[in-house]
Design a protein around this ligand. Structure first.
Ligand code: ADP
Length: 264
């Protein structure tokens, strides 16, 4: 039974990983297809290059279909989207996190005003935050045998990410979650590789190098972004941007208790 469970978890991690990679790969393919289409206009039927260009086109479309299947597989396997307010979600999650960290680590959760609703898979988001908190704990215990974990939520336009140089975060309306630690931090060299599957700086047997690759997959599949800022010797912050739900997409509360929750 245990082995099957471990296998199931592994498959889930692979599904999420595949989802994240497939999403990016799709963008790459789109670039190839568009450029090739421009070449086909310049070298139309009758041109000696045309048969090769047409082949490139057909192969790229085939690759896109494969990626689409992979994405659909990853989604269906791991994604159950629901609408929720992150503030509610965090109050449930708080207790679990507290158990994960030990008493050497202080923890603070700060909610901004007007934190938007999102449509995402709660379990997967929990999974992602758990992975980030585990890494934060490891970095803090290794650095100073303790420290402080701060989780912040806020509504964001993505501007502050762009100002920090994360130009891939487009303008929008986001729910921002920041996970900040006071651990040993990362050099630029390490930071460049952290989302790669199997990259780890931890001892063999301790680190799998799959934690952040999985987080990346989860955030990508939710249509969001993840950015990292870090100071060696001071700490690290992960910034997660998830698309905010538009007001008209928020379902009417059905029960009185829910109404109270929303307005409080
Ligand atoms: P693992 O935890 O198994 O090593 P991850 O993919 O979760 O795999 O992390 C990859 C690497 O990224 C870690 O080995 C560590 O070097 C670095 N890292 C991740 N989170 C942090 C953090 N909060 N502070 C410092 N380094 C981190």
């Amino acid at each position: 039974l245990e082995m099957r469970l471990a296998h199931g978890e592994k498959m889930q991690a692979i599904g999420q990983l595949a989802g994240g990679v497939a999403h990016d790969f799709n963008n790459v393919l789109q670039g190839i297809i568009l450029n090739n289409e421009q070449l086909m206009v310049r070298h139309p039927l009758g041109d000696p290059s045309y048969p090769n260009l047409k082949s490139i086109h057909e192969f790229s479309i085939r690759a896109k279909d494969l990626v689409k299947m992979l994405l659909a597989y990853a989604r269906q396997q791991t994604f159950k989207r629901e609408v929720f307010a992150v503030t509610d979600f965090m109050s449930e999650f708080h207790i679990l996190l507290r158990q994960l960290l030990d008493e050497r680590i202080e923890m603070e959760v700060k909610h901004g005003r007007d934190v938007p609703y999102v449509k995402a898979d709660k379990n997967q988001l929990e999974n992602a935050l758990f992975n980030l908190a585990t890494n934060a704990r490891d970095a803090m215990l290794a650095h100073k045998n303790g420290g402080k974990l701060t989780i912040r939520t806020a509504r964001s336009t993505g501007k502050e990410a762009q100002e920090k140089g994360f130009s891939f975060v487009s303008d929008g309306d986001y729910m921002l979650i920041e996970v900040e630690d006071t651990g040993h931090g990362m050099t630029k060299d390490v930071m460049d590789k952290i989302f790669q599957p199997f990259f780890t700086t931890k001892e063999a047997g301790v680190g799998t190098g799959l934690g952040l690759a999985t987080v990346y997959g989860i955030i990508k599949q939710s249509g969001g972004y993840i950015c990292t800022t870090s100071n060696v010797g001071k700490g690290t912050t992960f910034h997660i941007y998830l698309p905010a739900l538009k007001a008209e997409e928020i379902p009417e509360p059905v029960e009185m208790t829910q109404t109270e929750k929303v307005s409080s």
